[in-house]
Write a protein of this length. Structure first.
Length: 454
């Protein structure tokens, strides 16, 4: 009897809910942020390189609408497939594999000598990026206290526009001197080095380790000891998950317990928000060049836009803490819509365009990061990767349709000002959708509270 009583249950989720971040937790966030950095570098280095690649391979710039969209198709597949796989089988191995994949794909891009090889390499890169994004968000979120989660996750996501900024400036620096291929060599080699760091220093999520049947294993105890050094006799603890939650979650669980309307509203907001941010990321350099800017100036505009994106992504977490997620995202999308109009009107004047691009990046990237943080908090831990993955995946449908529409229907025929005016509409619609989502979420919480009190 005494042997049985000596085994004390301990819910591993409580290990991170101490109200402060330990060195291990910051290490997890930093490593996931490194993956996010090269996610952004890879995603946005293709935009300022498009004209140089087109000239080198002898293909029209308008054909990059298909290339941009194909990478988003594969991102969609990666996010929808590997987010749930990470929830069920382990986020750490999925993140390592996906980082390896998009690094290798970037190297393939650097050695592409035809349109079709370029298309295949960007497809593979998108698959890796899509699988990595929900995985590093859910893995990092599992190590962050709930009270700090929105702020830390949006801060970590700032690495994506920061990586995009680096990709833009590296492209602007290297393309006139050495051509476009070294940009993708850099974007391939560095993620492979990050893979080594992930193998050596990245732990698995505690809830995943416990769900896979390692309840009292030394690996779990060692991680908990670093998170909670105040706890003693960890060897006698039985590590469990909160409420004995299931391992992973099928897509249908996102529509149960009153979540259906909120899930659909989140998907619509993600669709519209990512349509805007990816069209801006991919098509700003070609649009600025169409308006009359040089290749270097157009790439610099994208870089400046990403500087604003880094700042906005860091700021949105504080805005969410102060205003609430739904109000902060509503105003962020409204300001992004206004900046789209201004950027189209000001091009090709570099100074004015740079100002509007910086503010656009601030609010557009902040809005995207806020949606990711929101999706990471709307769902419980066992379905977090599934929820984030599907929100990102649906967002990528907008990313697919947006670049494709600009490349085939807008870029060849419409003025730059008109194209940016068209983009104003989905940005404003995203703002309205966020408010609707907030009302749904408030009603859902009220219903849950009534059930608990009844």
């Amino acid at each position: 009897m005494s042997a049985i009583q000596s085994v004390q249950p301990f819910e591993v989720e409580d290990a991170v809910e101490t109200g402060r971040m330990t060195a291990l937790q910051w290490r997890v966030v930093a490593l996931c942020g490194l993956v996010a950095l090269f996610d952004g570098f890879d995603t946005q280095s293709i935009g300022p390189s498009a004209s140089a690649i087109a000239a080198d391979l002898g293909i029209p710039v308008s054909s990059f609408g298909t290339i941009f969209s194909m990478s988003q198709v594969s991102f969609l597949i990666g996010a929808l497939a590997f987010g749930p796989i990470g929830d069920r089988y382990g986020r750490r191995p999925v993140l390592i594999a996906m980082t390896l994949l998009f690094g290798v794909a970037s190297l393939l891009t650097a050695f592409s000598n035809s349109y079709w090889l370029l298309l295949v390499s960007r497809f593979l890169g998108g698959l890796g990026l899509g699988g990595a994004s929900p995985t590093f968000v859910s893995l990092a979120a599992s190590y962050v206290p709930r009270a700090l989660r929105a702020r830390v996750i949006t801060g970590m996501w700032a690495a994506v526009p920061f990586g995009g900024m680096l990709g833009s400036f590296v492209a602007a620096l290297l393309i006139p001197e050495t051509g476009w291929r070294p940009v993708f060599l850099i974007g391939g080699v560095l993620p492979l080095l990050v893979c080594v760091l992930l193998v050596v220093a990245l732990p698995e999520s505690l809830d995943t380790l416990v769900a896979r049947g390692r309840g009292t294993a030394g690996q779990v105890a060692a991680i908990v000891a670093k998170l909670r050094p105040d706890l003693a006799d960890l060897g006698s603890r039985q590590f469990v998950r909160s409420g004995q939650l299931p391992v992973g979650a099928p897509i249908r669980d996102l529509f149960t317990q009153g979540r259906a309307a909120s899930t659909l509203a989140l998907w619509l907001a993600s669709f519209l928000g990512w349509l805007i941010i990816v069209v801006v990321a991919f098509w700003t350099p070609p649009l600025m060049q169409k308006a009359g800017m040089s290749t270097e100036a157009a790439a610099s505009i994208l870089g400046i836009e990403n500087i604003g994106g880094v700042i906005g992504t860091c700021f949105i977490g504080f805005a969410i803490d102060r205003l609430g997620a739904f109000r902060a995202l509503f105003w962020s999308f409204c300001f992004a819509a206004t900046m789209l109009l201004g950027l189209g009107i000001c091009a090709p004047a570099f100074g004015a365009s740079a100002v509007f691009a910086a503010v656009l990046g601030f609010f557009a990237s902040g809005s995207a990061a806020g949606l990711i943080a929101l999706s990471a908090t709307l769902y419980p831990s066992h379905m977090r990767g599934t929820g984030v993955g599907w929100a990102l995946g649906i967002g990528r449908i907008g990313s697919i349709l947006g670049p494709l529409a600009v490349g085939h229907f807008l870029f060849p025929y419409w003025s730059v000002a008109t194209i940016y005016a068209v983009l104003f509409v989905p940005a404003l619609a995203a703002a309205c959708t966020v408010i609707f989502l907030g009302l749904l979420h408030r009603n859902l919480n009220a219903d849950m509270n009534r059930k608990e009190n009844s």
